[in-house]
Design a protein around this ligand. Structure first.
Ligand SMILES: NC(=O)NCCC[C@H](N)C(=O)O
Length: 404
């Protein structure tokens, strides 16, 4: 299947998700923040909410792919399965050879579906029959003091971040934190080896030294990409992307806008700060700075690029680079101090456009959603009491594969 993502808002034809599973039941209070959670979602309800999210996507014409299914299909090839498992265990930083080979035997004793589910859910220290001394070695060496031989991946339902589709290609991201670093491997193997995806150009590798996460990558139009320089994404990653996209693969883009955003959890990614909902409308963080600084990487004639600096309001920057007379910014929480803080916390500004002017949003952000409707936006609201506890909204939970 060809990847095609030249817009944030074009009719969404296919999309990648992960249905949350047993990995959420491996979250516990004493290591929540290491795993980038603030609270523990109730799995049964989170799954119901997620199934409803998928249903709304399908009812509106998007084919939903699940990362686990695609990976299972990829791993039907025994050689690939072995290489995948080796690399996964390598990336899991298991410092002890006996533990590593026990994990390998344990995982290979399962059918592929159970193996994939287990790798995502994590393996508790009490699941393997090992001598006590070995157990304590692992515990001493672990930098997160948590009771697993294989740590769970509870953030996997935020499919936006580990691999980002850009134009006809994909960026296999180096995630900032160890808690999420292995997530990129899943779609990486699908893009390299799955019959339907294996011709996709790869614009970034997870082995590159600089971090970049998909929440920081917005495809504004077929010429323009916005990238957040943020808590999660290094400026050097932009230059690598520019080299690959402008020069090596010559995709249609000619401009990358690097937005400097505060390196704070409240501004985690660029899609926490703003998301695009129509040709001329964006929903934005309630406390957006008046003046923003951006770096413009612009392709020039010699298939090279130049870098310029600009400072201005988000309106002006977007109007200039998207060539529009007027861009409307709709503020999360409608400027009310308390509503803005509450709804920003629950990802009111992180919505998913499924076509121009039609979005999926969390139902709990009542004030922001009303404001969006007042601006003529069609808002499909989904239940969100549990999904929102992971600090990501409908855009974070989805990775578009094909947009018209
Ligand atoms: N694009 C996004 O903003 N994704 C949300 C990711 C939430 C996750 N708990 C994280 O901290 O990485």
């Amino acid at each position: 299947m060809a990847i095609r993502v030249y817009s944030e808002i074009g009719k969404l034809r296919s999309v990648l998700l992960h249905r949350p599973g047993a990995e959420l039941e491996n979250l516990a209070p004493n290591y929540l923040s290491d795993l980038l959670f603030d609270d523990i979602p109730f799995l049964k309800k989170a799954q119901e909410e997620h199934d409803n999210f998928a249903k709304v996507l399908e009812e509106n014409g998007s084919k939903v792919y699940y990362i686990s299914n695609l990976l299972e299909e990829t791993l039907e090839n025994e050689n690939i399965k072995k290489i995948f498992l080796d690399e996964f265990l390598e990336m899991s930083e298991i410092n002890n050879q006996i533990i590593k080979s026990s994990l390998e035997d344990y995982l290979l004793s399962m059918d592929t579906k159970s193996m994939v589910a287990k790798m995502i859910a994590g393996v508790r220290t009490n699941e393997l029959e090992l001598k006590k001394e070995i157990f304590s070695v692992k515990v001493r060496k672990s930098n997160m003091d948590i009771p697993f031989f294989l740590n769970p991946m509870p953030n996997l339902y935020f499919q936006r971040d580990p691999v980002a589709m850009i134009g006809k290609g994909a960026s296999i991201n180096r995630m900032r934190t160890p808690a999420r670093r292995r997530e990129s491997m899943l779609m990486e193997y699908v893009l390299k080896y799955h019959q339907d995806f294996k011709d996709t150009p790869l614009y970034y590798k997870k082995s590159f030294p600089y971090a970049v996460e998909g929440g920081d990558i917005l495809i504004l139009d077929e010429k323009t990409i916005a990238v957040g320089i943020s808590e999660r994404t290094d400026p050097e990653a932009l230059e690598t992307l520019a080299d690959k996209i402008f020069k090596e693969y010559n995709d249609s883009f000619d401009t990358i806008l690097g937005f400097l955003i505060p390196a704070k959890r409240a501004y985690m990614h660029l899609d926490t700060v703003f998301t695009m909902i129509d040709y001329d409308k964006f929903v934005v963080h309630s406390e957006l700075e008046e003046a923003m600084k951006i770096f413009v990487l612009r392709k020039n004639d010699e298939s090279d690029y130049v870098i310029e600096e600009e400072t201005g309001s988000l309106n002006k920057i977007l109007e200039k680079h998207l060539d529009k007379d007027k861009i409307t910014l709709i503020k999360c929480g409608d400027g009310d101090e308390i509503a803005a803080a509450r709804e920003q916390w629950n990802d009111g500004s992180n919505v998913l456009a499924i076509e121009p002017g039609k979005i999926i949003a969390y139902d709990r952000n009542i004030i922001t959603n009303k404001l969006l409707k007042d601006h003529g936006v069609e808002v499909l609201e989904i239940e969100s009491s549990e999904l929102s506890r992971g600090r990501g909204g409908p855009r974070c939970m989805s990775m578009p594969l094909y947009r018209e």
